[in-house]
Design a protein around this ligand. Sequence first.
Ligand code: G4P
Length: 525
Amino acid sequence: MSASDEIQRRRTFAIISHPDAGKTTITEKLLLFGGAIQMAGAVRARRADRHAASDFLKVEQERGISVSTAVMSFEYEGFAVNLLDTPGHEDFSEDTYRVLTAVDSALMVLDNAKGVEKRTKALMDVCRMRTTPVITFSNKLDREGLDPFDLMQDVEDHLNIACVPMTWPIGMGKEFEGVYDLVNRQVIFYQSTERGRRNDRLVIDDLEGGALEELFGEEKAAKLRDDLELLEVLDPFDAEEYLAGRQTPVFFGSAINNFGVKELLDQFVRSAPAPQPREAREREVVPTEERFSCFCFKIQANLDKMHHDRMAFVRITSGVYSRGMKLKHVRTGKNMTVNNATTFLARDRVVTQQAFAGDIIGIHNHGGIRIGDTFTEGESLKFTGIPAFAPELFRRALLLDPLKAKALLKGLQELSEEGAAQLFRPMEGSDYIIGALGILQFDVITSRLESEYRVRARFESVALAAARWVTCDDEDELDRFVQENRRRIHTDIAGNIAFIAQSDWAVGYAQEQYPKISFHKSVEI
Ligand code: G4P
């Protein structure tokens, strides 16, 4: 197969959902269909990552290598599917946003009883910013939930995207009978895991012929017919609208009962986009270009407890990787030969022999790679759009062993390069500030400082509550601002200037005082 055909058959996506909607369950079913795991339950253990801090750390430690974490690749019907995992816990949302920079589309999972929830909305906002196409799965139809019209209305109202149902539920909860497949005009019967098997599909072209009554009784048949009539006024599925992020095809089902997931996967591989071009500062990079390029969107430590390794996850943006390739690490200018890149199958990791644009591979990293770094065959490229967000929680690290000051700083610097938290150097004074969006990030850092750097530290609150990166076209004005606010000026590890204050009010006040200065809640890294 040519490289271009290989690229065309790739589908790289992530699942976005509010915790408990069913992301883990769906992931598991998708992997089962892809033959990537043999039995249900393999992904379960990872769910604990959304629990309390202590559980989270324990699970991180125990997780080992049984299931890879950042990406699961599998083959399905001739497609090479890369499913990127997003952390379940909202304290790690920054990580999730960055994962979304590495996908070409997303699957949104809703709990049919709850509709759009807080985290669904936050994640969907990111997809919209990047015009990432989204397919929707409304889960848990085996329980009582919203009427499907209300569910679609909820999505349209809160997420500002048009819904196009691809299947339509017949009954719900205990009365859930299955779905009507609107594209193939057939009933797909629901089989709960407890109920016995029955003929699972039946084409019903003539909805008036009495077949529906025979199958579901008067009431449900009438409701389905009425619903279908109402649906006729909706715009049909339009691949272009979907790819532009304006329409989302909607499926209904029950992941735990393995119902509706296959239809979803079939539609997904057919409609979801192949690897898309990516913007770099210098130019747009197209996947089918001959020359290889990639960027790092995530760094994960201790995937393998035995080796204390760190894995830089990179998204291939163009060309083909082959083992032993010489790559330029653009930020440092250093060249390196990559022999031991890793491909992540659901349960295994294998040494990558070849990988194509759209794929995610892991590069072993001994501390030199930062999130946002680019690797190429020589060209200087810097991909844009990989965000860091203004932290909302601020701490100072207190060293418990005063002789370890150097090791502490090294640890904080490296962990910050990995995106575990953000480190800020003050313009005045010597107390580095660590910023985070979620409190669990501090727990992770404390634990990693101890296990990887042999540094015992604890974090102490500081009287800071709001941070903004500042820029200004007028250098003199920026300089004046910095000099007049020295006590609040910090620099991050990339050298960007940040204004960190006690309150949002103080930020607002500074904005009024210095109208020429731009205050940013996020930066590109
Ligand atoms: P998440 O990763 O999005 O957080 O959700 P997850 O798949 O873990 O599912 C959350 C809960 O919802 C689980 O129950 C799961 O079994 C259940 N669930 C998933 N899909 C369906 C479905 O189609 N119907 C019904 N009724 N439930 C579903 P749990 O009690 O929290 O965990 P467990 O004891 O089942 O492991």
